[in-house]
Design a protein. Structure first.
Length: 456
């Protein structure tokens, strides 16, 4: 092999009896990593493209972008039979053993969620224009006050069904490693440098389509080499600028879950922001991590906001601790639209519920994004994709749920002009979260720099 070639491998799936499967639907994880002779990873890698041929075979392809020795790592995450189980589990409407407990002004606590039944006997607190379906039990006297002082999440236990039930036995039918003939030796060529130099400069729209670049490199958005991310879509605008210079005179809104809050704290550290969190009081022993925050960098005139998203958010707090994205977008002023940047992330807290509720929420956010674009010409809006996590906990049982929502998120915004997409799924395929749902902070800095490469 030579740098610039495409490595192609075929996976043949078999059932539990060792018989070749003749149908598709299995879910695989694959990445090509730069390694030394001892097999140790050397700070470089690229996510592989896996295509289901529908006949029990899967085509794995990946461009070869550096010389020397590399190792193809692949495993069967879930067979198709387990995927069916996952679909049925989430189709129940809400996570089994997960309870959102809200407190009415009277002090009475009731259970709420997106898919409680029977609906006719419940308090319907849904807000369709915000994409919100939310149902709660009434008070003991049958009334629906329509307002809550506090909401928290309680769990029957901390155990996830993934890893303990027959369809999810590690290295038997869950996370089964595939190691046959996985070493590749590649000779050098000028292809990589020539290709990277030929790319167009990054624009907002460049980040959206999985097929937004040519040269027959498939739909790979980029690769790591020496722990640095290199885009295969476009040429970075960062070009040696530090983040402060890139964001001079800018307003940046970071909207989403705790992985988006990581972006805020990464920039807080890099820019030495003056951080001002909203003062919200949690109950004893409860940390309201998702409080709204604003950070200032007066020397470069930078203002950065963090806002969480609304329920179902698995974190406690009073009503104001769960703002809906639609409301946050409506409150963005249009006077400085050409200097305003918005990054939106929404996925992890919807993993356990039927995806119809996620689709409703994302569609409402899409409508709000279009309205924001119309009233604020020149504003630049980005969708940050999902994080690939390889660990398993109750609220985030499997990466396949994230994969499904990321596809929905991307397809929803694919039709909206001038919305960028920051593909951190590929980045976290190379360096996934093995033990936490949150990427390590040195990797988060790379995610932020990927975003900045579009806006400097």
């Amino acid at each position: 092999y030579t740098v610039g070639d495409i490595l192609v491998a075929t996976i043949e799936a078999k059932d539990g009896l060792g018989q070749r499967k003749t149908y598709g639907g299995d879910y695989f994880f694959a990445r090509l990593m730069k390694t030394n002779d001892a097999g140790e990873i050397l700070k470089g890698g690229v996510a592989c493209d896996v295509v289901d041929q529908g006949d029990g075979t899967y085509t794995v392809s990946v461009p070869l972008l550096w010389s020397g020795r590399s190792t193809l790592f692949a495993d069967l995450v879930h067979p198709s039979e387990a995927i069916v189980y996952l679909v049925r589990e989430s189709a129940s409407g809400f996570g089994t053993g997960v309870h959102f407990v809200s407190t009415y002004p009277s002090g009475e606590e009731v259970h709420c969620n997106v898919g409680l039944q029977p609906r006719s006997s419940l308090c319907d607190e849904s807000v369709p224009e915000k994409g919100v379906t939310w149902l709660c039990f009434p008070t003991s006297n049958g009334t629906c006050p329509g307002v809550f002082n506090y909401t928290e999440t309680k769990y029957d236990d901390e155990i996830s069904f993934v890893g303990i039930t027959p369809l999810f036995e590690k290295e038997k039918n869950w996370k089964v490693p595939i190691t046959k003939e996985n070493i590749v030796h590649v000779t050098d060529s000028a292809f990589r440098n020539t290709f990277l130099e030929s790319l167009p400069v990054c624009e907002t729209r460049s980040g959206l389509s999985e097929y937004s670049f040519e040269n027959k490199l498939g739909k790979h958005s980029g690769f790591y080499l020496d722990n640095k991310w290199h885009s295969l879509q476009c040429k970075s605008r960062l070009n040696g600028l530090n983040p402060a210079e890139c964001l001079t005179n800018k307003l940046l809104y970071l909207i989403g879950d705790s992985t988006m809050r990581q972006w805020y704290f990464s920039l807080k550290s890099t820019l030495n922001l003056q951080d001002h969190p909203e003062a919200l009081q949690g109950r004893p022993g409860q940390d309201i991590w998702q409080v709204s925050r604003v950070g200032y960098q007066p020397e470069y005139n930078i203002t950065i906001f963090y806002r969480a998203h609304g329920l179902p958010l698995h974190n406690p707090g009073p009503f104001g601790a769960h703002p809906f994205i639609v409301d946050t977008l409506k409150n963005i002023q249009s006077q400085n639209s050409s200097k305003t940047l918005v990054v939106i992330n929404l996925a992890l807290h919807f993993l356990l519920v039927d995806p119809i509720y996620y689709m409703q929420r994302v569609d409402a956010v899409k409508r709000s994004v279009i309205q924001l674009q119309q009233r604020s010409p020149g504003i630049r809006i980005f969708i940050r994709g999902c994080i690939r996590h390889r660990n398993t906990i109750k609220v985030v049982p499997t990466e396949w749920y994230s994969y499904r929502l990321c596809k929905i998120l991307r397809k929803t915004f694919e039709v909206v002009p001038d919305v960028g997409f920051i593909d951190v799924w590929s980045m976290t395929t190379v360096f996934p979260n093995e033990h936490d749902i949150h990427p390590e902070y040195h990797l988060v800095t790379g995610h932020v720099n990927n975003f900045l490469s579009y806006v400097c």
